[in-house]
Write a protein that binds this ligand. Sequence first.
Ligand code: BF8
Ligand code: SF4
Length: 643
Amino acid sequence: MRNCYSQSNQNLIAKAESENVDLVWDRYKAMQPQCGYGEQGICCRICIKGPCRIDPFGEGPQEGICGASADTIVARNLIRRIASGAASHSLHGKEIAMTLLEMAEKQAEGKETTYNINDLDKLKTIAEEQGIETENISNTELIRKVAMNALEDYTRIDNKPCNWLENRVTSTRLEKLSELGVAASNIETSVTDIMSRTHVGTDADPINLLLAGLKGSMADYTGMQISTNLSDALFGAPEPVISEANLGVINKDAVNIAVHGHNPLLSEIIVQVADEMNQQAVDAGARDGINIVGVCCTGNEVLLRRGVPLAANYLSQELAILTGALEAMVVDVQCIMPSVSKVSSCYHTNLYTTMPDAKIPGATHLELDSEKAFENAREIITDAINAFSKRDLNKVDIPAEKNKVIAGFSKEAVVELLTEISPDDPLKPLIDNIVEGNIKGIALFAGCNNVKVEQDRNYQEIAKKLLADNILVFATGCAAGAFAKNSLMNSQATEEYAGEKLKAVLRFLGEEAGLNAPLPPVFHLGSCVDNSRAVDLATALANQLDLDLDQLPVVASAPELMSEKAVAIGTWAAGLGLPVHVGVDLPVTGSKLVTETLTESLKDLVGGYFFIEKDFELAAEKLINIIEDKRDKLGLDKVEEVI
Ligand code: BF8
Ligand code: SF4
């Protein structure tokens, strides 16, 4: 039995078997048993004297050929993952900043630009927050200054903390990070530093290595802040939007095009061009025109800003093709299984890669980040319209399941809603409800799908327990995908799963928002880079209460952590003071020292820490206990259990 929770997925998986298509679950099975050294992080391939491995039973070698201990090897492996995560998120941010800079330069020369600022208010707010003068300055100059301010975080040579770190955490936190020497001052140097110190024969001190990892994770956080905020200025800060999610959003009467990956620069153009070309699809026999659907974080980006339905999170990406009704899949960067090429070749689906640094054998490469963006988008969509008539109707099988989603909970959207209730002090209603225990705490669910556990299951099980205990849930990335697909992001879910106190708050807020129904119990904040939105909200609360993040009744959970980016996020979340639950084993267990540092010693240093709990019941219990403990420490009344 493959680890796949939903019944509709099970049917598609049976279809794959009958059509002889290998899926991620098959390849996982074929990979068993997986390497135990790798699982514990005690395999080293850093130099070519190796690979070396440490015997976890203490009978074989206890050091590598160069003399590196298990502690050194595990720490080096871990922080290289953080460096990769930070590089990925930060390059995403840099590309958006470069887009703004190019836009400003072209505007200054009076030339046409591919992109334009959609949210001038957000641009101005960013400028003010970053200390950039907004009076007596042209929009073009403002764009250029905001871009340069972000790009400075990739180039700074003094030791000042990054612009986008310095004012995006509490002052106490910044002090703490600075004291530890981990307040990143240059994103790219932090990544280079990790790669350099982990070279053979350089840093062998596990704690020193881990501190470099913590600094790298702060670079990751900085890059995410830049990605989120500059994307909002470009494409608009999300506002609550109603859409649908799960494979059932693929429409048999439409030309279906999936946008997949992470970078909204590309998907925004596809969505725009699809609108213009809709009639052509209708003329070609697709009654409902063009249907853009999202996969992974690109899917989250266009869901929040454009209401585009979300078809799949990470583990279901192949299944979207397997429906036999996907005319094209357009991918950009990160979390795209190379297997989508092979699976597409079994159907009429055209697969396109669009970024110079993310090509896949078998895919057609058409770059969308150049002058030819619109032209190439038209070519992709024209080919998709032509492919519609090539569908093999015997192979079409679209699961019926799709669920209503209310998404778009940016910090701006939440504050705007609260402002209607309390114009002079928007955060007051939220704070009052937390103090009174109507909202016992907040849990941020983030991270991926991991084939090692049943897809989406632990997200749902843990969240339902927290909601029943009046804990409000935020979600991003594939965690948000899991909740969206499985009907936890709509008003009905509030009625069904929220505890009475939380339900009353969400009903009231829903009325205020003009929904005539409660707000959903799980707020969709966006893609993985949008974890920054959760920190912004928590930081605003902490600042108003004169507290730091580690004192708030706020926790994070990544029940299906998989990618290096998620490791980086978990690390900065802990570094910013949050308890971070992980639902799979981290490859650090081969070093007692590293494991204890992450799960224990980190608490004393930064207040945040990791804890691993694979059992969803226990995980929920532990998260609730942590929140109750934080409430106790703040002197808030202990809230009675809701049964
Ligand atoms: O950035 S949650 S599997 S898609 S890494 Fe990837 Fe993980 Fe999904 Fe988005 Ni985030
Ligand atoms: Fe082995 Fe040391 Fe080389 Fe790693 S760096 S592969 S432990 S010799």
